[in-house]
Structure formats: structure tokens, C-alpha cells
Design a protein around this ligand. Structure first.
Ligand code: ATP
Ligand code: MG
Length: 170
């Protein structure tokens, strides 16, 4: 059944705030009214938790991490515009950033960037995130600048209740 994303993200952010106990500031910026989406709440939780945990792990103490929630409409043709056909989650951090040449492989299991230094990790989080996004027919991309920060952008089509079909295929 559908979940309401503004409430869902508010709760996810509130829980993350408790987890980080003031070492980082986490904020939700909702550019939309309530959006109901046919998403699997456990998979969405996996997506947000993994992206938040990375944002926290790869950013300095006191840094501000934001989750921006918005909708977009994909033009079907130059003349026909559907109302809000995509929901967009942007998780932004002021962290170490990712070298351009490492971006491609990061969604594969056990791949880590070359600038992680002594920060520990297994390299599985983003592989899980990508799987969860694709199960909803969506996609994920990264914008990042070394030593400035990273933004993970997840786009999920709102009119695709197909994840149930895809889940059945696993
Ligand atoms: P874990 O399996 O515990 O999540 P991990 O964090 O190393 O380990 P992923 O979450 O898959 O693994 O991330 C893969 C790699 O991508 C990381 O090791 C790191 O190099 C890079 N990375 C991911 N998120 C960020 C981020 N927000 N800022 C900088 N680098 C990141
Ligand atoms: Mg991780």
C-alpha cells in the first residue's frame, strides 16, 4: 500500500538525529506537500539509512547533512507534461567527497573509493541501495567534489507499482 513520503522522511531524519547524538546536524527540506507513493517501506528505509550512514561516516563532526525531497515531471513529449511523475531524494553532505575516477565502481559490492584513509567499511551499503532503488524502477546518481562533499540523488517513478512484480522475481 502507498506510503506518505514527507512523514516517512521526517521520521527517518528524527531517528538518524537520535543515532548521531548531535555529532552531525541532519535536516529535512521538503519542497512538496504530502506525496503518496507505492514504495516498499523497508526498502526505502534501507536506502535512506545507508545513504545517511555514509553521509555521517564520511563527513566531519558538526557537518550539516540534508535530505531534500521534491517531485519532478518527466516530459512525455515536448507537448505533454505529466504532473509529478518522479519523486527525488537528495542526500547531501559536506564530507571528504569522491574522486571522479572512483564514481563508476562504487555501486558494486566491496568497492571503496581511494580516499577513505582509515575510515572503515565493507563496501556493501551502496550496492544494497542501488538494488533497492532499481526494484522501484528508479535510478541513483552521485555529484561529488573532493574535500567539498557529495550529493546522492535518487529518482523513483511515482506511477510504478511494479516493485512487487520485481520482488517476486528475486
Ligand atoms: P558499508 O558496507 O559499511 O556501508 P562502505 O561505507 O565503505 O561500507 P558503501 O556504503 O557501499 O561502503 O560505499 C562505498 C564507498 O563509496 C565508500 O567506501 C566510500 O569510499 C564511498 N562513499 C560512499 N558514500 C560516501 C560519502 N557520502 N562521501 C564520501 N565517500 C562516500
Ligand atoms: Mg556505507
Amino acid at each position: 500500500h502507498p506510503i506518505e513520503l514527507v512523514d516517512f522522511c521526517t521520521r527517518a531524519v528524527d531517528q538518524m538525529k537520535v543515532t548521531t547524538s548531535d555529532r552531525h546536524h541532519i535536516r529535512l527540506i521538503a519542497h512538496t506537500d504530502k506525496i503518496s507513493a507505492l514504495m516498499d517501506s523497508q526498502l526505502l528505509r534501507q536506502i535512506l539509512n545507508n545513504l545517511f550512514s555514509n553521509a555521517i561516516k564520511y563527513s566531519p563532526q558538526g557537518g550539516e547533512i540534508t535530505l531534500e525531497l521534491s517531485t519532478e515531471s518527466e516530459p512525455v513529449s515536448p507537448h505533454i507534461h505529466q504532473p509529478s511523475s518522479l519523486v527525488v531524494f537528495r542526500i547531501k553532505d559536506p564530507g571528504i567527497g569522491i574522486p571522479q575516477q572512483d564514481l563508476q565502481q562504487l555501486f558494486e559490492s566491496f568497492q571503496r573509493a581511494t580516499n577513505v584513509g582509515s575510515i572503515r567499511g565493507t563496501g556493501l551499503g551502496l550496492a544494497i541501495v542501488k538494488k533497492c532503488v532499481e526494484l522501484h524502477g528508479g535510478h541513483i546518481e552521485i555529484e561529488s567534489e573532493i574535500a567539498r562533499g557529495s550529493t546522492f540523488i535518487v529518482k523513483i517513478p511515482l506511477q510504478t507499482p511494479s516493485y512487487e512484480v520485481m520482488l517476486a522475481e528475486i
